[in-house]
Design a protein around this ligand. Structure first.
Ligand code: SF4
Length: 86
């Protein structure tokens, strides 16, 4: 019995279609919170510490970490975009 809405920890959301991670690079201050909470999804460039997205379409079990990264980013540089396309 899966009720698809905003999925709690560890449950779906992928049934909605893809959620895509977008990092606004000019905003990123290289704080590294995203890498700490979601090391499978984010890394930082060696030269300037700016975040890079390793996998922009997180799996359903990675969505909680992706959301946490977005919530913790001190620069509000991470967005999760719903749906395919834009
Ligand atoms: S948490 Fe935000 S500011 Fe820090 S590296 Fe990640 S995207 Fe950049």
């Amino acid at each position: 019995m899966v009720n698809v809405m905003e999925a709690p920890e560890g449950v779906t959301a992928q049934e909605h279609g893809a959620a895509r991670i977008v990092v606004d690079e000019p905003r990123c201050i290289g704080a590294g919170q995203c890498v700490m909470v979601a090391p499978d999804l984010f890394d930082q460039r060696d030269e300037d510490g700016i975040a890079v997205v390793l996998r922009d379409e997180p799996r359903s079990d990675e969505l909680p970490a992706a959301r946490e990264a977005a919530a913790l980013c001190p620069a509000a540089a991470i967005r999760l975009v719903r749906g395919s396309g834009a």
